[in-house]
Design a protein around this ligand. Structure first.
Ligand code: IPM
Ligand code: MG
Length: 380
């Protein structure tokens, strides 16, 4: 499922969602490269982000949802995600009296379109002085729709929930005596279906691309119900892939071992939150967030984005590294079945990194976002 079926009539429809802050700048850079590659595509702008929440109480407006229903793929920049409570929303004039809270639109998008695979390749390009070690090549499969991101949360906790919990299990009766505003509950929900499909996607990928090992990341020794289920399913799925080795590790130990010996690992698969954490760690090992790219992939739609956020403090300066987003565009080309364009693009990125003449600030240089895009385009 990491590739869409190729259309023969291909003039692709691609939703273009810059979002907030530097999202706008890195997407402009990716567009320069896609234009140079002459991808036969129509790019359709979609409104998304903080600005739209402030103006209309919805960071992911219905018109953008409709747009996503009609496209082959989407490129997404970044969005400012802040934990805003209803009381703070009251201070924004256009939202006064609406009782709104802010939920991350990218998380909503992943759930609404069932983009259940978060694919995050973390490959070190030779000669990048930011590489933790040379030749790291890890691939993270992060479950993208459930787990602690399910959005089932209580703060304050309603009394009826405390009463129900007390009925279910004796130790839970302590909550009945706590005022609802003295604790909060965020639920971790992992389904059999959700776990199985991401684990299967990781194994399918390993098989297709000749990868040797899939490591299942969890915390099943403590979080027994949900992570226990995830691990149990992984063991079942692994039986269908006799040529691929499976091992597993607790998330804490995984972080340590990844740093100690990244070459022991290959494909990693994890529930949503652990996948979020290890994908930042793996991105750092190959140069940092300026190099981390993501695909949010479902059966019908895939949305590609850099792993980094909207970096408000750099907004408007055109100084951040666009390589993460350009590599996300490369992932999109792969997904569309445009193999040769994807390959050419990756080679150009690799050459520019190796030459080291154009470097953005994170790479120790002073080149601007669009200069990086220009030099990559010039190598195509
Ligand atoms: C990511 C980001 C998002 C996440 C945020 C921006 C909601 O950290 O894509 O990894 O937690 O999934
Ligand atoms: Mg993250």
């Amino acid at each position: 499922m990491t590739e869409k079926k190729k259309r023969s009539d291909a003039r692709y429809k691609i939703a273009w969602l810059p979002g907030d802050g530097i999202g706008v700048e890195v997407l402009e850079a990716a567009k320069m490269v896609l234009d140079k590659l002459q991808l036969n595509a129509e790019y359709i702008h979609g409104d998304i982000g903080w600005e739209f929440w402030c103006q209309e109480g919805d960071a992911f407006p219905g018109r953008t949802i409709n747009l996503l229903k009609s496209v082959d793929a989407a490129m997404f920049g970044a969005i400012t995600s802040k934990p805003v409570k209803a009381a703070e929303a009251e201070l924004i004039p256009s939202l006064k009296g609406k009782g709104l809270t802010y939920r991350s639109p990218i998380v909503r998008m992943r759930q609404l379109f069932d983009l259940y695979i978060c694919l995050r390749p973390c490959k070190g390009y030779s000669g990048n002085s930011l590489n933790y070690k040379e030749n790291i090549d890890l691939v993270v499969f992060r479950e993208n729709t459930e787990d602690l991101y399910a959005g089932v949360e209580f703060n304050p906790v309603p009394l009826e929930l405390a009463v129900t919990l007390a009925k279910l299990s004796k130790p839970f009766s302590v909550f009945k005596d706590l005022a609802g505003d003295q604790y909060a509950i965020s639920t971790k929900i992992n389904t059999r279906k959700g776990s199985e499909r991401i684990i299967r996607a990781a194994f399918d990928f390993a098989k297709k691309f000749g990868r040797k090992k899939v490591t299942v990341v969890h915390k099943a020794n403590v979080v027994r119900a949900t992570d226990g289920l995830f691990l149990e399913i992984a063991k079942e799925v692994a039986k269908d892939f006799p040529g691929i080795q499976m091992d597993d590790a607790n998330i804490d130990a995984m972080c340590m071992w990844l740093l100690k010996n990244p070459f022991n690992y290959d494909v990693l698969v994890a529930p949503n939150l652990y996948g979020d954490i290890i994908s930042d760690l793996c991105a750092q090992m190959v140069g940092g967030l300026g190099f981390g790219c993501s695909g949010n992939i479902g059966e019908k739609l895939a949305v590609f984005e850099p792993t980094h956020g909207s970096a408000p403090k750099y907004a408007g300066q055109y100084k951040v590294n666009p390589i993460a987003t350009i590599l996300a565009a490369k992932m999109m080309l792969d997904w569309l079945g445009e193999k040769s364009k994807a390959e050419v693009l990756e080679k150009a990125v690799a050459r520019v990194i190796k030459e080291g003449k154009v470097r953005t600030y994170d790479m120790g240089g002073s080149s601007k976002t669009l200069e990086m895009a220009q030099i990559i385009a010039a190598h195509l």
